[in-house]
Design a protein around this ligand. Structure first.
Ligand code: AR6
Length: 177
């Protein structure tokens, strides 16, 4: 039976098979959760990210709405899945579709790597300014649909940095249950 929970915390401290990063298209690090994950994982993570080619789309890095998997290095998690969410402009630039793509692609990579537990941050809702409530709705609906269709045994944790985010996720999970 699939299990989805929302918790408050720092995703770098999660003891799961994989943590998801809210990355940018270069995959070469940044601020927010991306910076925290790179600091906690150590420099070998950046070295592996460089093997994706680093930013000159479409040849390197990772396009918006997709994800790439690396090892977790010094993290408790075995893997990091680097998902690139959209920068929110006005909702009319395929932002929802791209955000959904991040979650689907991350879950697909997790399933392909036989992952049993995965933790997500709230992708795109920091520097990329995606409205939290809408992003939360997309995250929960997309993950639940994926689990229902494919991976009943995988457990998913939404790791919220703020109390407000946590309340939003708990409300959404309650409504969806
Ligand atoms: N654990 C869990 N959540 C966190 C943590 C943490 N340690 N730190 C921040 N958050 P953001 P984005 C939350 O800005 O909007 C980077 O520079 C944060 O409160 O990290 O997708 C990348 O390189 C927010 O709810 O990611 C990109 O350039 C959420 O994580 C760009 O920012 C996402 O905030 C991506 O922007």
């Amino acid at each position: 039976m699939a299990k989805i929970v929302a918790v408050r915390g720092d995703i770098t401290r999660e003891s799961v098979d994989v943590i998801v990063n809210a990355a940018n298209t270069t995959l070469l690090g940044g601020g927010g959760v991306d910076g925290a994950i790179h600091r906690a994982a150590g420099p070998d993570l950046l070295a592996e990210c460089r093997t994706f080619g680093g930013g000159s789309q479409p040849l390197g890095g990772c396009p918006t709405g997709e994800a790439r998997i690396t090892k977790g290095y010094k993290l408790a998690a075995k893997y990091v899945i680097h998902a690139v969410g959209p920068v929110y402009r006005d909702g009319g630039h395929c932002e929802a579709e791209k955000l959904r793509g991040c979650y689907v692609h991350a879950m697909t990579l997790a399933a392909e790597n036989s992952v049993r537990s995965i933790a997500f941050p709230s992708i795109s809702t920091g520097v990329y300014c995606y409205p939290g409530k809408e992003a939360c709705g997309i995250a929960v609906k997309t993950v639940r649909a994926f689990l229902d269709g494919n991976q009943e045994a995988m457990s998913v944790r939404f790791v919220c940095f703020s109390e407000e985010d946590l309340e939003g996720y708990r409300r959404q999970l309650g409504e969806e249950a």
